[in-house]
Design a protein around this ligand. Structure first.
Ligand SMILES: [Zn+2]
Length: 323
C-alpha cells in the first residue's frame, strides 16, 4: 500500500524477508513525464512485487531510480530496472563498488580483509557466502548515471541536491530538497536503529568519515527526514546528537575491553554488548558475527587514527592495544 506524504511524494514499505530490518521505506516522486524511485529493496521477487504493486497503485509504468548506497537492500533491483530503459542514478564511488560486487574478486578480497581482523575462516565454503550483500545483490553490472556532490535531480516539481555522506558506505549519498527542508537520508541517519559502520575495501577510517558526514548534515535545515528503516525521526539534530553519543560510548567500551591486552577485532567484537536475541557469542549467526566484527574494527581503526591505540601486525592479523 502506498502512502502519500506530500504533493507527488509517496512511500511504501518493501519487505526484506529473512532480514532483521524487516522492511525498507521506498520513496516515489511522481512527475508528469518521469517518476523517481529512491532505493529498491533486495534482488528478490518479494521486493520486486511490492514495487510493482506501488507502480500499479500510482499508475506508473516506468521510473528512474536513485540508489543512495551500495547495500543490497537499497540497490538490489537496479539491474532489473536498468533492463527496462530506466536511468539509474548513484554516486560514482558506490556505483563502482556495486558493479565490482557482481564479480567474485570483491568477495575474495573482502574475506582477506576480515582475515586481517581475526575473523576465522568457514570450515566449508566462504564466510562471504552467508553475506546478504552477496545473496541478494545485482546479478549483472549496471550502466549507472553518476551523480556528483551538488548535482540536482528534478522530479515532480522538486529539486533534489546530491550530498556525499561517506561512512555507512564509502560513497553514501543523501538527496536534499532545500526548499521544503526535506532530506532523503538513505542509511546515513535512521530512527530506532544505529546505522552499521563497518570496514570496507579501500577505506581506512569509516567511523571517522561517518562522524564528519553527521556534522555535514547537522549544518542543514531539515524539517522532514525520509528514513529507510526504523521509526520516523522528528528532530534530525537531536538524532545526530544521539548517534554521536552512541559511537563515543562504543569507543569507550572498546578501550575498556582492551585494558592492558593486545586484541584483534574479532576478539573485541565477541566481548562487546550487542542487542541481539542470542545468549552468547557462539550463538550469533555467521552474518551477525561478520557485521559485529566489522563494527568493532571500525571503532578500533577510528581510535587508532585519533591517536589512542596502536596497531601491530602479527601473522597477518592486526592487534590493537591502548597507548
Ligand atoms: Zn545500508
Amino acid at each position: 500500500m502506498v502512502t502519500k506524504l506530500a504533493e507527488n511524494l509517496y512511500t511504501t514499505q518493501v519487505p526484506l524477508p529473512d532480514n532483521p530490518l524487516r522492511y525498507i521505506n521506498v520513496y516515489f516522486i511522481k512527475g508528469d513525464e518521469r517518476t523517481l524511485v529512491i532505493d529498491t529493496g533486495f534482488n528478490r521477487p518479494e521486493c520486486e512485487n511490492a514495487i510493482q504493486a506501488a507502480f500499479d497503485e500510482l499508475g506508473v509504468k516506468d521510473a528512474d531510480i536513485f540508489v543512495t548506497h551500495l547495500h543490497s537492500d537499497h540497490c538490489g533491483l537496479a539491474a532489473r530496472f536498468a533492463s527496462r530503459n530506466s536511468t539509474i542514478y548513484t554516486g560514482e564511488i558506490d556505483g563502482e563498488y556495486i558493479n565490482f560486487e557482481v564479480g567474485d574478486l570483491y568477495w575474495r578480497w573482502l574475506e582477506i580483509l576480515f582475515d586481517k581482523h581475526g575473523f576465522p575462516r568457514a570450515k566449508e565454503g566462504r564466510n562471504t557466502d552467508y553475506h546478504p550483500g552477496k545473496q541478494y545483490s545485482l546479478d549483472k553490472r549496471v550502466d549507472f548515471t553518476y551523480v556528483a556532490e551538488g548535482d540536482v535531480l528534478e522530479y515532480g516539481g522538486y529539486k533534489l541536491k546530491a550530498i556525499m555522506t561517506p561512512g555507512h558506505t564509502p560513497g553514501h549519498m543523501c538527496l536534499y530538497d532545500e526548499e521544503n527542508k526535506r532530506l532523503f537520508s538513505g542509511d546515513h541517519i535512521l530512527g530506532t536503529i544505529t546505522p552499521n559502520i563497518t570496514i570496507e575495501l579501500g577505506v581506512e577510517n569509516p567511523l571517522g568519515d561517518y562522524l564528519k558526514s553527521l556534522d555535514k548534515i547537522d549544518q542543514l535545515e531539515v524539517d522532514h527526514l525520509m528514513t529507510t528503516h526504523g521509526t520516523p525521526v522528528d528532530d534530525v539534530h537531536e538524532r545526530i546528537h544521539e548517534l554521536y553519543k552512541h559511537h563515543t560510548a562504543r569507543a569507550a567500551e572498546v578501550v575498556n575491553l582492551l585494558g592492558d591486552k593486545s586484541k584483534h577485532a574479532y576478539e573485541v567484537a565477541a566481548d562487546m554488548t550487542w542487542e541481539i536475541d542470542c545468549r552468547n557469542w557462539d550463538e550469533f549467526p555467521m552474518a551477525q558475527k561478520w557485521f559485529a566484527t566489522g563494527e568493532a574494527a571500525s571503532h578500533l581503526q577510528y581510535l587508532m587514527y585519533e591517536g589512542k591505540l596502536e596497531r601491530e601486525e602479527r601473522d597477518g592479523v592486526y592487534y590493537y592495544r591502548n597507548k
